[in-house]
Design a protein around this ligand. Structure first.
Ligand code: KG4
Ligand code: ZN
Length: 337
């Protein structure tokens, strides 16, 4: 078994995965959404303190598997430094006490492996990763070779949902709240700009759209003056502009990339409106769409454990004294390292 730990943002999660079968034996996640909701976003220090309580609580439940453990895996990048620290401290201690190898996992590679929980891997694969921290298209040849083809120049998709929700006084996380509200809204009421519409760049940008939403909120008198219908219409119009932006840039990539399998991963890949738009796009381009089960779209330790199996088979271990905490950094096109 491999015990895996995830604490890169506001979810404390631990999983146990069987190496020989990829079977997920145990998985638990404690989310901190309620605690961060009043701030409209994640407060790193608060998140860190909540991990310090939640992780040991979950770990207690995994004791029955302790003597079957062959390795411990932990997310070490990218993420919030103070929250990564909590998971890493626990993983280092476990690896040392149990005398088992330690595996450092790149969070974004973990999201890609959310597609393979309890499954074999299928490569090559084109992946659109839309999370709270990142928006990227990645060409995944295999475990070793993951190349970033496009990235956001500013905000990520999830972040733009969170910030627009905050402007409308909806709470956190904004993604699911905006998606729900948009169901009752008119997506054509506000003519919001589709980012980089006339640019040949194969890249993403969400900050201009976010600013356009801010101006509409201001024009309507601020969130306290807006009616529920105003908020629903603005949510729907915003979501439509995000969808059109993603589709426009994805089309450019699809015309160049012969890989038949395409996947959407990350927290925002739970969005059914975006998923269904990609179902249509994939059928238009003859591609097969893959998505992770809804419960594994947002951060979880099951995806970290699944990646760790492939790392374990390649003996990609790290000395507990040498594991680095690599906090959030904007990644340009290049390899996912
Ligand atoms: O992957 P994730 O759990 O964390 C990061 O690695 O960043 O993604 C969290 C993000 C949040 O910004 C959240 O608002 C967004 O995913 N999200 C959604 C939806 N569900 C979660 N965005 C749009 N629509 C959703 N249904
Ligand atoms: Zn994530």
């Amino acid at each position: 078994m491999i015990l895996s730990i995830e604490s890169s943002c506001d979810d404390s999660s631990i999983a146990i995965t069987e190496i020989a079968t990829n079977k997920l034996i145990y998985h638990k996640k404690i989310s901190q959404e309620t605690e961060h909701s009043c701030y409209g976003g994640v407060v790193p220090e608060l998140a860190s303190r909540l991990h310090a309580v939640a992780l040991p609580e979950i770990l207690k439940e995994t004791k029955p598997w302790f003597n079957t453990l062959k390795a411990v895996a932990v997310t070490n990048q990218p993420g919030l430094g103070v929250t990564l620290l909590e998971g890493i401290a626990m993983a280092k201690t476990l690896a040392t006490l149990q005398k088992i190898p330690l595996i450092a996992v790149h969070h974004l590679k973990g999201h890609i492996y959310s597609l393979f929980i309890e499954k074999e891997t299928t490569f090559p694969l084109l992946v659109l990763l839309i999370s709270g921290g990142h928006t990227q298209v990645i060409r995944v040849k295999n475990f070793e070779h993951m190349e970033i083809l496009a990235t956001s120049m500013d905000d990520s998709v999830g972040e733009s949902f969170d910030k627009c929700a905050k402007m409308m006084g909806l709470g956190y996380p904004g993604g699911p709240l905006i998606e729900q509200l948009a169901l009752k809204g008119d997506e054509n009421r506000f003519d919001l700009p589709v980012p980089l519409r006339n640019s040949p760049l194969i890249a993403f940008s969400l900050s201009g759209l976010k600013n356009a939403v801010r101006l509409v909120v201001k024009k309507l008198g601020g969130d306290s003056e807006m009616t529920q219908q105003d908020k629903a219409d603005l949510s729907a119009s915003f979501q439509k502009a995000v969808k059109l932006h993603l589709l426009q840039k994805s089309k450019k990539i699809f015309t160049k990339e012969p890989i038949k399998d395409f996947a959407i991963v990350g927290g925002a890949s739970a969005n059914k409106y975006i998923r269904s738009a990609y179902e249509n796009l994939c059928s238009e381009f003859g591609k097969t769409l893959h998505v992770a089960p809804l419960e594994y779209c947002s951060d979880n330790a099951a995806m970290i454990g699944r990646y760790a199996i492939d790392a374990y088979e390649r003996k990609q271990f790290i000395d507990p004294n040498e594991i680095d905490i690599i906090s959030t950094k904007k990644q340009q096109n290049g390899m996912l390292l």
